[in-house]
Design a protein around this ligand. Structure first.
Ligand SMILES: C[S@@+](CC[C@H](N)C(=O)[O-])C[C@H]1O[C@@H](n2cnc3c(N)ncnc32)[C@H](O)[C@@H]1O
Length: 278
């Protein structure tokens, strides 16, 4: 039985009949915290009942929150407490990797789990990777944990995320191969060293794409994340064309992958771009 049907069944007689249809169809779990996204305002008065019910049926969940928004270039989540203890710090484990996180200050998208797995499977031995939007190591930590010959340089400009990144590098015992860089990637991305660059952020400008190209040593991959309307899938063509003309590098989009449905109107895509400089 699907989660919504189970919830409808158990809350029959507890919440008004006409609201049963407005119950959430799913939730994600990060550590021991369940996260609902954008609950229907009509069930506002019943949120804590729903949250407490969820805690009673899912043994992994001790706390329930709602994420109502994400704001600023730091992608700070706006979190509302729903049920259980009032705490937003937790420890999430995925692909042998430990992520210490505070859901009130940092985004961690469960929808990117397949991408994290894809990267672990795709990266070859001895690669050197630049994660230009490292956050707490969301995309890059599982690679370095599961590929013992890989080295990573992760750049992050939000002090809170950066402190968690350093803590996570330590708890995962990869401090000899994961090198965190605090700063704006527009002026702190090292040059000519990487086999692969991760650009896991949507508001990327042309200068940042040029930094990614300059980070590549001779040849390698840029993984460029973007949002596109569901009814008109757009690639970052203009930025790529401009970079091709101005740099003279060979830049080819080899594959465009759908990462997740981002909103009712948008898909999150990743373009896998192969770059040859000489
Ligand atoms: C959405 S999170 C990325 C998370 C991760 N890549 C993932 O896919 O789950 C974006 C991160 O990039 C950081 N960021 C945004 N612009 C930046 C910049 N110019 N330089 C360094 N970090 C930046 C933000 O602070 C945030 O932690």
């Amino acid at each position: 039985m699907k989660f919504k049907e189970k919830l409808q069944e158990s809350l029959k007689g507890i919440i008004p009949k006409d609201l049963l249809d407005k119950l959430p169809s799913g939730y994600s779990v990060i550590g021991d915290i369940a996260v609902f996204r954008h609950l229907n305002p009509k069930i506002e008065d019943y949120k804590s009942t729903i949250g407490e019910h969820l805690i009673s049926i899912d043994p992994q969940v001790r706390i329930v929150v709602e994420q109502v928004d994400t704001i600023s270039p730091y992608r700070k989540p706006v979190i509302v407490h729903v049920a259980g203890e009032k705490r937003t710090k937790t420890t999430h484990k995925e692909f042998n990797t430990i992520f210490n996180i505070d859901l009130e200050t940092i985004t961690f998208s469960p929808g990117n789990k397949n991408e994290r797995n894809h990267l672990v499977q795709t990266v070859s031995d001895n690669e050197v990777i630049c994660d230009m939007f490292a956050c707490i190591g969301n995309l890059s930590l599982p690679i370095v944990v599961n590929k013992p010959s890989v080295r990573i340089y992760g750049i992050e400009w939000n002090q809170i995320a950066f402190d968690f990144l350093r803590q996570n590098i330590e708890v995962n015992k990869v401090d000899n191969r994961y090198f965190p860089i605090y700063g704006n990637n527009k002026d702190s991305t090292p040059r000519n060293f990487a086999t692969r660059v991760l650009m896991g952020y949507f508001d990327i400008d042309y200068n940042q794409f040029r930094c990614a190209l300059e980070a590549i040593e001779n040849q390698g991959w840029v993984h460029y994340h973007s949002l596109t309307p569901r009814d008109n899938l757009e690639q970052p063509i203009e930025i790529i064309e401009q970079a091709r003309n101005e740099s003279g590098y060979k830049i080819e989009v080899k594959e465009i992958r759908q990462i997740k449905k981002y909103s009712p109107r948008l898909y999150h895509l990743c373009s896998d771009i192969f770059v040859e400089k000489y």
